[in-house]
Design a protein around this ligand. Sequence first.
Ligand code: 13P
Length: 249
Amino acid sequence: MRAKIVAGNWKMNNDLSQTEALISDLRTQNKTSNAEVMIAPAFTNLWHASEALRSTDIEVVAQNMHFADNGAYTGEVSADMLKSVGIQTVILGHSERRAYFNESDESLAKKVDQALKHSMRIIFCFGEELNDRKSGNQEQVVESQIKNALFHLEESSWSDIVLAYEPVWAIGTGETATPEQAQEMHAFIRKTLKEKYGEAVAESTTILYGGSVKPNNAKEIFSKPDVDGGLIGGASLKAEDFFQIVNAF
Ligand code: 13P
């Protein structure tokens, strides 16, 4: 059985006191599903969050990291730095990183290698833009994003990779892919994995959906056979909403 995961990507929200408050709200929530739960606060709050959630089953993960070990990369954060504050998992390739910070397939492939070298788990994000979908190119775009950043990996590395399909047109817009659109793409992704790595990798890789997942649509999206959970933006900023989504499994 592949892992079910609901991860909250807080993006550039919540200072330290807001992080403390949201974490204490999260700690009061009742979890009734067997999904793994993760939150991704800003870099400045990772240490506090990982300490505050140490004895819980909520994992604290990072939103990004650099591909070098260390050095003259002003403003960047390394894998060792993340691990030193208790972080074992990193989100890579979010569409906002690609769009606003020029992250390319090539730089993402290097980040993926760096994370794996440090035995970190990766939530690797990708997804088409509205124009791609309008022109019917969504599968081609997604396939090339996955191939270019991940298909140099050995089969054994896939146990540390979680995929997150996030159609750009559905992020923060309130417009969700329909459960059928999500299922169709997730099945395509699994087929692409199977062609390259075989059945075992394809069937054991967790594929999350992200893009305007809310308490009122999570259940239907998560009911699709190839959707193994969600990467949640806006709705992860309220503990109750987030746990309604977690418990939608
Ligand atoms: P929203 O849930 O706010 O649409 O954001 C999705 C996302 O980008 C998660 O990484």
